[in-house]
Design a protein. Structure first.
Length: 247
């Protein structure tokens, strides 16, 4: 009888231990899921477009740009860099018969959720307007960082760096769009690749940082509200405007 009692006690202890282990293993998972932002949580801050985010659908974790703690320093440095790039464009535009009053500068080193498309006044040395702009989804690395890759190749779906001449307008799949002509070896195939300046309804009108935005098939895509701003500069210019995408 004593032996039977001993066996029952051992079995009970084993059951208790197993339950304790299971609870200990489950607790971090439950806490992690409870602290993870849901898709609906971000929908409210992104005009209802969860598709604008890179989502890991298995866990519904929203991928964020990775330089959150340094963004103020980085953005200040990027704005200083805009002025440096504009200095070069002043000479280039004058020597090559482009618009010497305005240029468009796109700094792809800035996280996608921050304004990185700048309309720059070459006469006053000031930024006239700024907004979000998409990069090609092929440029996004799979390691989850905000570093980008670039290519001039067709079907790479990557952004191509370099200076672009903004050409004639037309009505395409996304409505109003402007043909782009690559002026450097790094973007010389832009016209053949059908890389154009256009808008897309999935593009937010305001900054979403630290969340990423919609990605294009390689075109510098802006919001529906920002394209008319650019159109005013393009359509009233007697000479072509330069757009420079750099990193």
């Amino acid at each position: 009888m004593e032996k039977v009692k001993h066996i029952l006690v051992v079995l009970m202890l084993m059951v208790v231990a197993q339950n304790a282990i299971s609870a200990a293993m489950q607790q971090p998972v439950d806490m992690a899921l409870a602290s993870t932002p849901s898709v609906n949580t971000f929908d409210k801050g992104n005009n209802g477009n969860a598709s604008n985010e890179l989502l890991n659908t298995s866990t519904k974790v929203i991928v964020r740009d990775t330089s959150f703690n340094m963004i103020d320093t980085r953005y200040t440095a990027a704005l200083d860099r805009v002025k440096q790039q504009a200095e070069y464009i002043k000479t280039y535009a004058k020597d090559n018969h482009y618009n010497t009053n305005y240029c468009f500068l796109v700094d792809m080193s800035i996280p996608s959720g921050k304004n990185r498309f700048f309309v720059y006044n070459l006469k006053t040395d000031k930024i006239e307007s700024a907004s979000l702009v998409a990069h090609g989804f092929g440029s996004t690395r799979k390691d989850g960082t905000d570093e980008l890759d670039f290519s001039n190749n067709a079907f790479s779906f990557k952004t191509a760096l370099g200076k672009y001449k903004i050409g004639y307008s037309y009505k395409g799949e996304f409505g109003l769009a402007y043909k782009l002509y690559g002026l450097d070896s790094t973007n010389s195939k832009a016209f053949q690749r059908a890389i154009v300046l256009h808008s897309d309804i999935h593009m937010p009108e305001i900054e979403t940082y630290p969340y990423r935005i919609f990605q294009s098939a390689g075109c510098p895509t802006v919001s529906p509200g920002f394209l008319p701003v650019l159109s005013k500069f393009i359509n009233t210019s007697k000479q072509p405007i330069i757009m420079w995408i750099y990193y």
